[in-house]
Ligand binder design. Sequence first.
Ligand code: BES
Ligand code: ZN
Length: 615
Amino acid sequence: MLRLTFAFLALLIMSIQPLSAAPDPHSYANHDQVRITHLTLDLEVDFEASQLRGFAELHLDWIDENARRLVLDTRDLSIESVLIPSADGPWKRARYSLAKAEPMFGQALRISLPDRPERVRVVYSTSPTASGLQWLPAAQTAGKRHPFMFSQSQAIHARSWIPLQDAPAVRFTYDAHIRNRAKLLTRMSAANDPSDQADGVDHFAMTQPIPSYLLAIAVGDLRFKSLGERSGIYAEPSVLDAAAYEFADTEQMIDVTEALYGPYRWGRYDLLVLPPSFPFGGMENPRLTFLTPTVIAGDRSLVSLIAHELAHSWSGNLVTNVDWNHFWLNEGFTSYVENRIIEAMYGSERADMERVLSQRSLELELAELDEADQSLVLELAGRDPDDGMTAVAYDKGHWLLRTLEQRYGREIFDPFIRQWFDRNAFASVSTDDFVAYLRSELLDKHPGKFRDDELQDWLHYGGIPGGAVAASSQAFDLVDGYRADWLAGRTPAADLPAQQWSTQEWLRFLDGLPDQLPVARMAELDQIYSLSGAGNSEIAFAWYIKAIRTGYAEARAPIEGFLTRIGRRKFVLPLFTELVKRGGEDRRFAEQIYAKARPGYHAITQVSVDQLFAE
Ligand code: BES
Ligand code: ZN
């Protein structure tokens, strides 16, 4: 009886902690036993049903000789059948079971494969509410005439449109055959031929192995414009020229990054501008960065986003975090490389300003974060990996690398980083790997510059370690001076040299305005500089935050317009947060806007904002 109870208990525990046996904390996959090496996708994109239908064929490498089962990640997929090749020709059915759905992680698909086949085919369709896809009606596109669909797989949404091992430790090549009856152009994170015509049928091959979170697809009324020998831009026709102007420096950015960190290994580097509901600023899908249209400011002032996504071609796509606890290896390295690209392209003044802004956003976010979430190495088991998407991974990670750069000098540090990329190209790495490399290549070879306890402090403790040197910018010091003069009534708003300010200087100016600023003074700025309704999304956003905090009601209509037009989470969530924080009238205003805007938002943005209103 006791034995039975134990057996029952063990079974029960296994079923409530289904991820505990898997090597990745956010995946059910048994990739320590069998691994996907190649994926073939054959899918129909059905805009009427908001559904992908077809099959995914997985090539398998059986690592563990005792393994007889393949466990895949899925979420909201309808599995029609699982097939394996048979000796006499036709595919035959394999036995499988689909585990209970878990809200954060989806459903494990357990396929019984006693004969350890080389390939398995899953015939399936996606749900119209797949978390990794957004289906946009024509009304939500720039052109208003054709529907649009795009994916966002990072961190764990690939499983909602493909059954696979959704863990960044697993890399595979892929090819895809994609059809749509709307005869729109499909692009993927693979080789895209710029001369492809939109006829509803597209083929792709990705010959470099990538992790699942870099699988991407977009289908819409897309046109191409070349930016250089190996770069170009896809966008809806009405957006194409503005985008091409904005991102004209892309080709040169690739050259500059190669000079620093070695060859760009992915062939072409194209950009794809999405509709404004895209939940992020950018996504480093290999060969084809996905972008929010909100970086098209008209003056090329927000192109650090391009530098960032391009940098991922080394940090992240080439050298990948082994799981999401080590996300800082992706984003901290990328933020550092981004800043080096900006410096090489636009000079150190601009790079300094952006570093000050980065450290400032870190300071603000640290004030809100639990101590445990302030260390570079995270403990995200059982949690949504998106919880790790904070300024800690980005800006604290960046700051650690900057600190090392300062201690060792660029003659030593630059080759050190370049070698990290070369040695780990197309591999997945953990913080331990980085620490071992850092110890052997820097700490031991050049003793006395960086202590081991400092390193531990950065990696495993909250806050900013004492030895970190804060960035500074002379241009910002001037802005601070002008702000103080204006606040003290020494300089009228019209006499500020603000017409010459860069976007970064404006952001600095706005950030330093006190939350108690009288409404009349907000109005004074607004009348002269037309900040409400500003075309630059970063400036508009920073202004609206201040407008809410100071109770400047004139900005209400433009805030409503901004929140209904744009679905980028970085803008939407803080604005709603500020309104909700103030309560009363402001909260009702927020609720009324959200009721209108929510249907147009991406699932990722919806989940975050829903949470806010539920608190
Ligand atoms: N890879 C990220 C976006 C991401 C991270 C999506 C985690 C899902 C989960 C991308 O490279 C990124 O960092 N985008 C930033 C822009 C950047 C300039 C800080 C963004 O979207 O805000
Ligand atoms: Zn990034």
